[in-house]
Structure formats: C-alpha cells, structure tokens
Design a binder for this molecule. Structure first.
Ligand SMILES: [Zn+2]
Length: 171
C-alpha cells in the first residue's frame, strides 16, 4: 500500500515535501535550543540554507544542459551519416580463420549505394598481431599465404556485394 502511494508521482512528491518540511521544523527546533535562538530565527536560518541548496542544484542543472549542448555540437559523425548508414559502417572487417585472412575497410556511400575504401588484407597465421600483406601476399616466405597472390579487386567486389545486400535489408 505504502509502496503504491510512493510510486504515484504526485503522492510521492507530496510525501517528500511533507518529510522535508517535518525534518526542517524538527531541525529548526533543535538549533533554536542548541544555539539559543528563537524558533523564528532558527527557521529563517534553515530557509537561507535551503536557498543556497537551490542555487547549487540550479548550477548543477545548467552544467548538465551546457555539457549536453556541447557534446551534441561536437558529434560531427552524427551529422555526416544517418542512423542506417552508421549501422552499415559497423561492417568494416571480416576474418576467415581457415585461410588466415583478415580484411579491414571503411564503408562510404555514393548517394544511396555503399562502397568501400582503404581495403587492407592481413595474415593471421602468425603469433602476435595480424601481419599486413605486401604486394598482395603475406610477407613471410614460409607462410602458405605468401605462395599465392590475392585478387584485391575480387575481394573488394565480394565485400561490396555483401554490403549492398545488407543495405537493402536494413530498416
Ligand atoms: Zn602469413
């Protein structure tokens, strides 16, 4: 029952104000006794404290608003790409563990058609970080990926075909 009243937005506010009021009055009574003030003087003192609390709260809220505005002004990426484009831009790499090939790229848009740029292929058949291909093959001579040269245009075409398919299916 109390829980239901507390969840009600109007009642919870009324109760909060009531509780704060009661605490303030009790506190006024307390300092009027301990600091030898009249009850009215003690109450005035508390109201002064509460006004300074309101200033602090206003300060915090204006800081939040200002921070939010600045953050939104700095979000250049958001202006450049719409939501659907940002979603597709997340598909920017592909790893095939079997062949040890890792492809990375950037998704850009030609009007409403996605295409890729900065395609780099890496070999993951080695310890440590993936090794970038040189002359379209793995630079390590003892690696199976150094035996055959990859066709970058064909890989680019495969990736773009997949991206166009994903683009059509994105809502
Ligand atoms: Zn290799």
């Amino acid at each position: 029952m109390i829980k239901n009243i507390w969840k009600d937005p109007v009642w919870s506010k009324v109760i909060s104000v009531g509780i704060i009021g009661l605490i303030s009055l009790a506190y006024a009574r307390f300092i009027s006794v301990t600091e030898h003030l009249t009850f009215q003087q003690a109450l005035n003192k508390i109201i002064e404290i509460r006004i300074s609390v309101i200033y602090i709260i206003c300060g915090i809220i204006s800081y939040w608003v200002l921070a939010w505005v600045i953050r939104n002004l700095l979000k250049k990426d958001n202006e450049l790409y719409n939501k659907k484009q940002r979603e597709l831009r997340k598909f920017n790499k592909h790893h095939e563990p079997k062949s040890g090939l890792l492809a990375r790229w950037q998704v850009l848009f030609d009007y409403d058609t996605p295409f890729i740029s900065d395609l780099s292929v890496f070999c993951t058949k080695h310890d440590g970080p993936p090794v970038r291909f040189m002359d379209n093959k793995c630079p390590f001579l003892d690696c199976p990926n150094s035996m055959q040269i990859i066709n970058k245009e064909a890989i680019k075409n495969l990736i773009e075909s997949d991206l166009i398919h994903k683009w059509d299916n994105l809502k």
